[in-house]
Design a protein around this ligand. Structure first.
Ligand SMILES: [Zn+2]
Length: 286
């Protein structure tokens, strides 16, 4: 497989086929494209806004793997897509003697947890699975459509299914950590994850990266106007507030972003637009 290189400002993303990686101090963040997913503008809640855009835009369903460059310490997968391209991607990335040790789920929609199970069997033999406490509570024992997914995860993973609360930190080792940020609105437990590295003098200038999960579904409408919510947002008003707050945080602090529904390889930067909202600049391939 021939690799190609993505250049931008002060760091590089290397990509081959359906995986790409982003250097962050002593760690790599790998994007794994689970599948392509043309996003319909009809996903936008405001149909007048939707009419201003093409019927669909290029999008993907992505998961992200975070590990030390030498794979020492924890190997953490964030989301699993539907489980389509995920496993090929993992096979390509992981050394033979290493496997995923923890899985953090940003929220419990099917396109994020689908790869956890095959029927009612777990697809990860040794990893613990961490889901947002608020999402598990929201769906457990309810008649909502996703209740059966919550039950399925309990059945498949038993004691290995755990919950986390916002603010909880997952350590990779070597000063690399993942911090869970409150991002409710899309779902009650929706979580954004900041990856940071304490390494100094790294070739990569980036020290942090924000995995924005499902803050953005339709890039060309929602970056310029983060108030635009989508039909999948459980609480559209809260989702809009959260989107604005966290995109402001990334822009103000110059933190690159990665997203589950940004077009693969799904890494980029955002800057503030003069008229309000944000410009998203995906890291381009050459
Ligand atoms: Zn999603």
């Amino acid at each position: 497989m021939r690799g190609f290189i993505i250049f931008c400002f002060f760091f590089a993303v290397f990509a081959a086929a359906e995986t790409a990686r982003f250097a962050l101090g002593d760690a790599y963040i790998y994007a794994i494209k689970d599948q392509d997913n043309n996003m319909s503008s009809a996903v936008l809640l405001n149909s007048e806004t939707a009419r201003k855009f093409p019927k669909a835009e290029r999008s993907s369903i992505n998961a992200f793997l975070i590990a030390a460059k030498n794979f020492d310490g924890e190997v953490i997968l964030v989301d699993t897509g539907f489980g389509a391209g995920l496993f090929d991607g993992l096979k390509r990335i992981l050394p033979k003697n290493r496997e995923v040790t923890k899985i953090i789920i940003t929220h419990m929609h099917r396109d994020h947890i689908g790869g956890l199970t095959n029927g009612d069997a777990p697809r990860f033999d040794n990893a613990n699975v961490f889901v947002p406490a608020n999402d598990l509570a929201y769906w457990s024992g309810s008649s909502r459509e996703n209740a059966k997914d919550a039950a399925l995860l309990r059945k498949a993973y038993g004691d290995r299914l755990k919950t986390y609360k916002w603010g909880e930190i997952f350590e990779i080792g070597g000063g690399v950590k993942l911090e869970t940020f409150r991002a409710d609105g899309h779902t009650p437990g929706h979580t954004v994850i900041e990856v940071s590295s304490a390494a100094s003098g790294a070739a990569s200038g980036a020290k942090k990266l924000l995995i924005i999960a499902d803050l953005i579904h339709f890039s060309s409408a929602q970056f310029p106007d983060p108030k635009e919510s989508v039909r999948f947002d459980v609480d559209p008003a809260m989702a809009a507030k959260t989107r604005t707050r966290l995109l402001n945080y990334a822009a103000n602090n110059n933190i690159p972003i990665a997203g589950m529904h940004l077009a693969f390889p799904a890494f980029g930067s955002i800057t503030r637009r003069s008229g309000g909202g944000f410009n998203y600049a995906p890291y381009k391939t050459e």
